[in-house]
Design a protein around this ligand. Structure first.
Ligand code: SAH
Length: 255
């Protein structure tokens, strides 16, 4: 029996065209695909008809398959000589638990590889016209978890983040938006800092709303922004508004 292999693969942020050539090739050759909720299911159409497709999705607050069960399945199939593709939304190593899965493969002595994907911060920001760095406005950006469920992770250092990075992109933050806002304000970030929410970034269902740090939680409630969504905070958010108003001006001139 040929030895099995595990590919831990990023599927990109939602738009099925935003996947790497390498990731698509792994989907095409896989025997078993273990895929998450945020993976665009269109991508699975590229798999071989006989490939086994296993949904491991987790809805927020609900765990349809515990992480241990996912890892067990991944290892069992690989131990049977299969090529297992562990397919995850965005990048597998950005809030994707890809590191844990690589450790599990390594501990079991099974060959694995890590294939990056465009993380949703990068994909959604581009799609919304927000440059995460921008000359004169943002020289740094940070990706941050807004979830309090990451009980095994280090707590988020909001005091440092309020001043330490120019653009903040917060994943998994919608349920705690009021608290995130309060933390940043309390640590001295200005209530007038531009802020955006991007829902379903890079997909046909994308919605982006912009306001300020001071108003962002009310805006989310009024606009009923729900998951998956990212919170972007920083002066660079203004570039989106500049782009939109320039487009409008040009359109008005053309008539
Ligand atoms: N590994 C993924 C992140 C998984 S954590 C990545 O690299 O993107 C799940 C969080 O990602 C969601 O709560 C949301 O904040 C964010 N997210 C994922 N896809 C998104 C999308 N298309 N639009 C907006 N946010 C998204």
């Amino acid at each position: 029996m040929r030895p099995g292999m595990i590919s831990i693969v990023g599927a990109g942020p939602g738009d099925p065209e935003l996947i790497t050539v390498k990731a698509l090739r792994r989907i095409q050759s896989a025997d078993v695909i273990l895929y998450d909720r945020l993976v665009n299911e269109e991508l699975l159409e590229s798999a071989r008809p006989e490939a086994l497709r296993i949904y491991c999705g987790k809805a927020p607050g609900r765990h349809s398959m515990p992480q241990e069960a996912i890892e067990r399945l991944m290892l069992e199939h690989a131990a049977m000589g299969k090529h297992v593709v562990r397919l995850k939304g965005g990048d597998p190593l950005v809030f994707g638990r890809g590191g844990e899965e690589a450790l599990a493969a390594a501990a079991a002595g099974i060959a694995y590889e890590l294939i990056p994907g465009i993380t949703s911060a990068i994909g959604a920001a581009a799609s919304a016209g927000i440059p995460l760095t921008h000359r004169g406005a943002a020289a740094s950006f940070a990706v941050v978890t807004g979830s309090r469920c990451q009980e095994h992770s280090a707590p988020v250092n909001w005091a440092a983040l309020a001043h330490g990075a120019d653009t903040l992109v917060i994943y998994m933050g919608m349920a705690n938006l009021g608290e995130i806002r309060a933390q940043l304000l309390q640590h001295g970030k200005s209530a007038s800092t531009p802020a955006a929410l991007i829902e379903n970034g890079t997909t046909a269902r994308e919605r982006t709303v912009t306001g300020t740090l001071g108003t962002i939680d009310k805006l989310a409630a009024v606009m009923k922004i729900s998951n998956p969504a990212l919170i972007v905070i920083g002066e660079a958010v203004k570039v989106r508004e500049q782009l939109l108003s320039l487009q409008q001006e040009v359109r008005a001139q053309i008539g």
